[in-house]
Write a protein that binds this ligand. Sequence first.
Ligand SMILES: Nc1ncnc2c1ncn2[C@@H]1O[C@H](COP(=O)(O)OP(=O)(O)OP(=O)(O)O)[C@@H](O)[C@H]1O
Ligand SMILES: [Mg+2]
Length: 397
Amino acid sequence: MEEIRIENLTKSFDGFIAVNDVSFTIKTGELFSFLGPSGCGKTTLLRMIAGFETPLTGRIMLGNQDITQLPPYKRQVNTIFQNYSLFPHMTVYENVAFALRIKKVPHAEIDSRVKEMLQLVKMEDQAAKYPNTISGGQKQRVAIARALINKPKVLLLDEPLAALDLKLRQHMLIELMNIHDAVGITFIYVTHDQSEAMSISDRAAVMNHGNIIQSGPPDDIYERPASIFSAYFIGETNLIPAEVTSIEEEYVDLKCNAGDGEFFEIDSTFHFRPEVGQKLTVSLRPEKIAISRTKPRAQEDINVIKGIIEDILYLGSHTQYIVKVGNLKFRVFSQHKRVYFDDKALDWEEPVWLFWHDTDSWLIDEVTPMGMDVGEVNVFERPFQTSRGVKRLLKSE
Ligand SMILES: Nc1ncnc2c1ncn2[C@@H]1O[C@H](COP(=O)(O)OP(=O)(O)OP(=O)(O)O)[C@@H](O)[C@H]1O
Ligand SMILES: [Mg+2]
């Protein structure tokens, strides 16, 4: 087993802690992502694994070998940086061959290995070109081939797709997954883009301020966030400040604070046992909420609350509604499984019912921070705009 084991790794720069006592294990062959906002310590962590930074404390194990003090070239770990750093005066072929030439590998072997790599990244017909005559996506492929030619045990990728446009990024993500499957080595992938991390990773770790906040398979982090930070950093969510009023066998009753002395009641199943009177936060994903002008039939395990539509944003595959419930603002995604204008009825300022199953309210054992209600986290921090075209269409009915 060549798993990577990080034990209590800390790095500080002039007293500032960039990575704080971080421990984790990455399995052999896994595609593992570090995800977090700018400055949270992702690159620093990767640079320590690569050997470009020395940790203040802790150690890095690759299989049974302690590599903490080894120089980068002795680690069997290669890194791909965002800017590709290809040699401009060398052809694609020579860029990929470079590491083998340094090692004085026989010509015939170099040729077959370079060709194999170029085939892997689908660049075999571009071998004679120079870096300034190929596209960004192609440069990225060359960088991958160059990093893999040495047969490293681990490939580190630091925001490798950041310079590419959206369509190409999505395409390269799939290519990267295919390459990962083909070579079978461990990939450690760093990004601040949650959708990238969600789609590519076997497992991911959410980081903030130098700490790992939560790690696990992407769907686990998305559906079962362990903290307010992971709930709103991964995907969109509604955070509801709540207090436990009673505990039944399978669910809890909650009194939710909508501000200005307004309250509403909901139920939630639970994954930890809270106490009556405890204040906590409910995370509710926008796609889990149904929205309707007519009140749904009362059912035991369905939560129903009333609000007023404040904004409507048409997004093609779905519409996003911002619905005010007291001072809280709920973000609701309504999927257009049929043609959108089939259900065009909902309008600005209209009273509506929001409802969802109580297994979809997710309890987080943290008090919603003062002044950080649904509106602040989800609406004000992430600006949204009204879709004027649709507004006009609807108004002119
Ligand atoms: N060489 C350095 N000297 C001083 N401070 C540093 C150095 N390298 C990183 N830092 C600081 O450590 C913190 C973590 O930086 P790091 O580059 O690891 O963040 P990151 O998560 O990769 O961010 P980004 O998403 O912007 O790339 C930042 O506050 C940064 O300013
Ligand atoms: Mg970085």
